[in-house]
Design a protein around this ligand. Structure first.
Ligand SMILES: [Zn+2]
Length: 264
């Protein structure tokens, strides 16, 4: 309602996203549909919503969220069908993981992503968290050493994940990226190789002023310097415009409102 109270020009500056549904609820997709019908032309996507999230997911009442829950597939399927962009928070690994095993949620997340090639999905925070550390140069039995950068690189190279993007939002992510000259250069090199696949975001909650709101942008100062101008522009703004304007054009809500797409 707040959004609808804005004038056209102001509305153009916001991409409202639907959240507040339970990803384990088989009827979550009906909730999303109802929101689109109730507020046609308002929402561009769903999320950020969480599946595995450090100490938060265990606090959600009812069924524990899982990456193999059919409710989640129906949400991603629906989003793909009507053109909603998806932002998904899912830790790649357990909090404070020992590093001796494969990142716990990586394989499941990959198969979930592969099941929805029609859906534009942004993996929030590159799967990192407050205490979910980057995959660190771990040596697994008869497997090449792999690090977080390599895990993400492998996904970016794989056409099966062409619909997947990564955001570098949240200061808990920045702390890893700017932690050392080597982590900065390695991160920047990956972003320069795939400049269309990363998005900057703040994840700043209810900022009281611009200084607070821009803090993470400033934290990434060295990153913006390390990137070439084209990659930097794409990651700061261009990729957002491309992906979110495309989702708007797909106009899931208009479709719902006007042609009454059969959600079958
Ligand atoms: Zn998050």
């Amino acid at each position: 309602m707040q959004y609808k109270a804005l004038d056209e020009a102001q509305q153009q500056r916001f991409d409202p996203m639907i959240s507040g549904f339970n990803p384990t609820d088989m009827y979550a997709v009906r909730h999303i549909e109802r929101v689109l019908r109730t507020f046609p032309g308002v929402f561009t996507g769903v999320g950020e919503f969480s599946v595995h999230r450090e100490f938060v997911s265990s606090k959600v009442s009812g069924e524990v969220a899982s990456l193999s829950n059919p409710a989640l597939d129906s949400i991603l399927d629906f989003a793909g069908k009507v053109g909603l962009i998806v932002i998904l928070h899912n830790d790649m690994d357990m909090p404070m993981a020992s590093g001796k095993q494969q990142p716990v949620y990586l394989a499941e997340m990959k198969s979930l992503l592969k099941r929805h090639p029609e859906t534009t999905i942004i993996w929030a925070h590159i799967g990192l968290g407050r205490v979910v550390r980057p995959v660190g140069n771990r040596q697994y039995p008869n497997q090449p050493a792999s690090s977080h950068i390599e895990v993400v690189h492998d996904m970016l190279k794989d056409p099966a994940f062409a619909h997947v993007y990564f955001d570098i939002s949240w200061d808990e992510v920045a702390k890893y990226i700017v932690a050392s000259p080597s982590s900065l250069v390695a991160s920047a090199d990956l972003m320069k190789k795939f400049p269309d696949r990363f998005l900057f975001g703040t994840d700043a909650v209810s900022p009281p002023d611009q200084v607070f709101y821009r803090a993470l942008y400033e934290t990434y100062h060295e990153l913006w310097k390390e990137l070439d101008a084209v990659s930097s522009e794409k990651i700061r703004k261009g990729n957002y415009l491309r992906l979110f304007d495309r989702a708007r054009q797909k106009g899931s809500s208009q479709k719902v409102g006007v042609s009454g797409v059969d959600f079958g």
